[in-house]
Design a protein around this ligand. Structure first.
Ligand SMILES: Cc1cc2nc3c(=O)[nH]c(=O)nc-3n(C[C@H](O)[C@H](O)[C@H](O)COP(=O)(O)OP(=O)(O)OC[C@H]3O[C@@H](n4cnc5c(N)ncnc54)[C@H](O)[C@@H]3O)c2cc1C
Length: 393
């Protein structure tokens, strides 16, 4: 069993053989992957050492102290947080060998082709069709709200392969090549003025059967791995104290005594404490993850993240008064990632509105917590045994 001392030794060897100061960033990251120090809990040969997940912190601390570059996890969040655990759990050996390294290094960005105009919360109702043709599948349909599709090389995709079965049972999960000529990506402009997500039209897109994850018809189960990991990756990033949305407000409070009022002070303190509780809950969740796949606790975490971000960014706009209403630039940018830092208060206020929709809406996550954490009776599901083709749409 790999322990902390061995990981330190391996990390020091990596640093000695590939000094960060004189090694190109991607070369260093590739060497780190090959040394099994990318995600230590992954298997040997796939960027890991089969070590306990908790020991990743040992490697990260050594590398940070040496000034080594990281793989910019925010830029490749969908790949790291959602595609990778699904590829690991359901991909063939060839698939894992082909995709995991460029994904982790950040050479290939991933996006998630799940939501459709008629299938968001009720994702299992999706209508995009995949029809088998020899060794390939031919895919036709439309996806929507696809973050990063404009920069993505690959996508995780779910499509209907058997309309005669009930909705959850006729779905299959694929890796889709975003450079296929049948993939058309169009920007969708958001309330912020930016277009970080897209609608994606799929016309006769051909996917090799080798790029199927899991069995044909078992895509819903495979998608659960993605969705559970998505909630953790949206709400559960490791951040330092005041590293989240509360940071800029606390800074403004300290630097601008002219804006302070007694009422805002009390609300800021409440939200500061809530942020700290959320941060520490995230730490606990990560420790639970050491023991396995995320469960419904990730949904609770994501719920809290959305609620807090919206409350804090609202307070920030209020604190800034007239200044908070300024929104300088409505240029339709196509950002590669969502970054709340270094932006003005108006951006944070508007962008955080999406937090209670993306990765499962607050209402749907409340249903999950009610059923799976609190054990309350489930919602009625009358369409569970009806063939998808007979559902009212
Ligand atoms: C910023 C952002 C980024 C996104 N990125 C991606 C992406 O990369 N890939 C992707 O596939 N999708 C993405 N999405 C889509 C997102 O997953 C969906 O928007 C979300 O699941 C909700 O689906 P919907 O928009 O169709 O709303 P609907 O499902 O139509 O919901 C409408 C309203 O009805 C409520 N509702 C629905 N069902 C229930 C129920 N059973 N009980 C109580 N209330 C209910 C909802 O809470 C909501 O208020 C993104 C969304 C946003 C906002």
């Amino acid at each position: 069993m790999t322990d902390a001392a061995e990981l330190r030794t391996r990390t020091q060897r990596l640093l000695a053989e590939h000094p960060p100061a004189t090694t190109a960033r991607e070369d260093f990251l590739r060497a780190r992957f090959d040394a099994g120090l990318a995600w230590v809990h992954y298997p040997v040969g796939l960027g890991g050492l089969d070590a306990p997940r908790s020991l990743q912190a040992v490697v990260d601390a050594e590398l940070a102290a040496a000034g080594a570059p990281d793989n910019d996890p925010r830029r490749i969040g969908i790949g790291l947080g959602m595609a990778a655990p699904t590829l690991l759990a359901y991909g063939s050996d060839e698939v894992k060998q082909r995709f995991l390294k460029p994904l982790w290094v950040g050479e290939e960005v991933w996006c998630q082709l799940f939501s459709e105009p008629g299938a968001g919360s009720d994702l299992a109702a999706l209508a995009t069709r995949a029809v088998r043709d020899g060794d390939t599948w031919v895919v036709n349909g439309q996806k929507v709200w696809t973050s990063s599709a404009h920069v993505a090389r690959w996508a995780i995709l779910i499509a209907r392969t058997d309309p005669d079965l009930p909705k959850h049972r006729g779905i299959t999960y694929f890796v889709c090549d975003m450079t296929d000529p049948g993939v058309e990506v169009r920007p969708l402009r958001q309330i912020t003025g930016e277009a970080e997500f897209n609608e994606v039209f799929l016309t006769d897109v051909r996917i090799p059967d080798a790029h199927r994850l899991g069995e044909a018809g078992d895509g819903w189960r495979v998608a659960q791995t993605t969705l559970m990991n998505e909630r953790v990756s949206i709400g559960g990033a490791r951040i330092p104290r005041e590293g989240g949305m509360i940071g800029p407000v606390a800074k403004t409070w300290r630097e601008r005594p002219d804006l302070r009022t007694h009422d805002l002070h009390r609300r800021l303190l409440d939200l500061w404490v809530d942020s700290e509780v959320a941060r520490l809950t995230g730490e606990r969740l990560r420790q639970q993850l050491v023991a396995g796949q995320p469960g419904p606790e990730g949904s609770a975490m994501k719920l809290g993240f959305a609620r807090l971000n919206q409350a804090i960014s609202g307070l920030e706009v209020e604190l800034l008064g007239d200044e908070g209403l300024l929104y300088g630039d409505w240029t339709m940018r196509r950002p590669e990632l969502v970054d709340f830092t270094g932006r003005d208060a108006g951006y944070r206020y508007l962008r955080s509105k999406g937090n209670s929709i993306e990765g499962g809406t607050t209402e749907v996550l409340l249903n999950i917590v009610a059923e799976r954490v609190l054990g309350l009776p489930p919602e009625p599901r009358n369409d569970k045994d009806v063939a998808w083709k007979d559902l009212a749409r």
